[in-house]
Design a protein around this ligand. Structure first.
Ligand code: KIV
Ligand code: ZN
Length: 503
């Protein structure tokens, strides 16, 4: 095993800390199933003590996956560690991941603790975690800005207390590749094979993947990463970049390897993007829309002569096949289910039936159904919130003289309520009408619309960020072939989401 690079995926924990990327339990389960197919070794399913939602998601995922080690994050406090152990109880392989900050700035200002107190707290946390599970990971938060001599001291003490993996995060994405490699080689002297060395790099300087690869060369054997590189602030090291670098540059990394099933990379990326409603940038390495697109004539000519002239990875290596118009209005439930499985969705009967219904409605309205359309329908379907308000009819007029208007009928508590309003544009008028009907004031903070696939009849996916009643900001998603209707649905979805948080 000394040549295996353990892939520790934290899409469901650090990834979820991306602004606007929060997921409900059903969505997390879908991603967990796909991570299982992808072949990750450890899955950080959440932070059990953070919220009942996180606790529930970890519990459900623990029942769901077999081969993967399921992990919960916990601060170095008994309450968190106990919650982590309780949430993981049904996991076949479970790990508690406990952490405390070790950099001078964090210890002095955030923790207000002396270095000795921090060591004591870390040792107690690891010992307690070890009394509950065998597999304990300890992280030195902000290791990147910690003193190496202090890291050696705390790492030695926590290994003696039972830690089996030691993680050294560059929490603020500050370090350069050679500096990270130096830290790993210094720490490996003291660790000396007693624990697995792990790294966790953030991307604030765009170096997360480079730093991770450097750490691997210096002796790290576990890497923490997320699908599409999502995560706190500028994100985490991207799983697909690390894995494909190791695979593509065997001349440098062999005999090191990962157990990732490369052909599942693209599906996993699409699944995560459609569930959280956040597309990777077009020029994102490996999974961006343009990652395999050749624009210049010279490049295209070279590609036709020999694809290796300009391509170091074949799209099919990551499971990217040309998106076909595979399903149509005559496709049956069986074909639909097969398609969903190939796209990484494994729905229970209830969700499958309702997604199939949506698919049939779409097939009547849209000539060609692409994989992206299906992904969008399903992602929308599994966003389960109580539907306090439901759109019945929307009509809107856009007028260049500034007098746009909307009329809307909404179902609420079995009653149909209709109203209308003027606005600065059709969308503004729609949102104002919904506010009048619900009597809840929304302040639109962000509005994003994207065509899910190709053609002028493509499904429009609208994502809104709305602050209701000067209180909470929530995200809403809406999907329809009509952009106006998708916008109304997105706003109502945000409203429902706001109301479900209230009760
Ligand atoms: O970035 C970080 O330091 C973390 C730790 C909690 C592992 O996410
Ligand atoms: Zn992190």
């Amino acid at each position: 095993m000394k040549n295996k690079i353990i892939i520790f995926d934290t899409t469901l924990r650090d990834g979820e800390q991306s602004p606007g990327a929060s997921m409900n339990t059903e969505e997390k389960i879908q991603i967990a199933r796909q991570l299982d197919r992808l072949g990750v070794d450890v899955m950080e399913a959440g932070f059990a003590a953070a919220s009942p939602g996180d606790f529930d998601a970890i519990t459900q995922i623990s029942k769901e996956v077999n081969n993967i080690t399921v992990c919960s994050l916990s601060r170095a406090v008994e309450r968190d560690i106990k919650a982590a152990a309780d949430a993981l109880i049904q996991a076949k392989n479970r790990r508690i991941h406990t952490f405390i900050a070790t950099s001078p700035i964090h210890m002095e200002y955030k923790l207000k603790m002396t270095p000795d107190e921090v060591i004591k707290r870390a040792v107690n946390a690891v010992s307690y975690a070890k009394s509950l599970v065998d597999d304990v990971e300890f992280s030195c938060e902000d290791a990147g800005r910690s003193e190496i001599s202090f890291l050696k001291e705390i790492v030695d003490a926590t290994i003696k207390a039972g830690a089996t993996t030691i993680n050294l995060p560059d929490t603020v994405g500050y370090r350069l590749p050679n500096e990270m490699a130096y830290m790993i080689s210094e720490l490996s002297k003291i660790i000396n094979g007693r624990a697995i060395i792990s790294v966790h790099n953030h991307n604030d300087l765009g170096l997360a993947t480079a730093n991770t690869l450097s750490c691997i060369q210096a002796g790290a054997r576990q890497v923490e990463c997320t699908v599409n590189g999502i995560g706190e602030r500028a994100g985490n090291a991207a799983l697909e970049e690390i894995v494909m670098a190791i695979r593509t540059r065997k001349d440098v990394f062999a005999p090191l390897y990962t157990d990732i099933v490369h052909k599942e990379i693209y599906s996993t990326s699409r699944l995560v993007a459609s569930i959280i409603g956040m597309e990777p940038q077009a020029n994102k390495a490996i999974v961006g829309k343009n990652a395999f697109t050749h624009e210049s004539g010279i490049h295209q000519d070279g590609m036709l002569k020999n694809s290796q002239t300009y391509e170091i990875i074949k799209p099919s290596d990551i499971g990217l096949e040309i998106d076909g118009m595979i399903l149509g209005k005559h496709s049956g439930r069986h074909a639909f289910k097969d398609k969903l499985l190939s796209l990484g969705f494994n729905l229970d009967d209830k969700n499958l039936n309702s997604a199939f219904e949506k698919f049939k409605i779409l097939a009547d309205r849209k000539k060609e159904i692409f994989d992206e359309d299906i992904r969008a329908i399903v992602a929308n379907e599994i966003i389960k919130i109580v539907k306090a308000y439901e759109l019945e009819i929307v009509a809107a007029n856009s007028c260049s003289n500034g007098h746009s208007s909307a009329s809307i009928t909404i179902k609420h508590k079995d009653k149909k309520i209709s109203d209308s309003a003027l606005g600065n544009g059709a969308i503004d008028a729609i949102f104002k009408t919904i506010d009048r009907i619900s009597k809840i004031n929304g302040l639109l903070k962000d509005y994003d619309v994207k065509a899910v696939s190709q053609g002028t009849d493509a499904l429009a996916k609208v994502i809104v960020k709305v602050e209701f009643n000067n209180d909470k900001t929530v995200i809403g998603h809406g999907l329809d072939v009509d952009t106006i209707e998708a916008s109304a649905k997105a706003y109502i979805n945000a409203l429902n989401s706001y109301l479900s948080v209230q009760f």
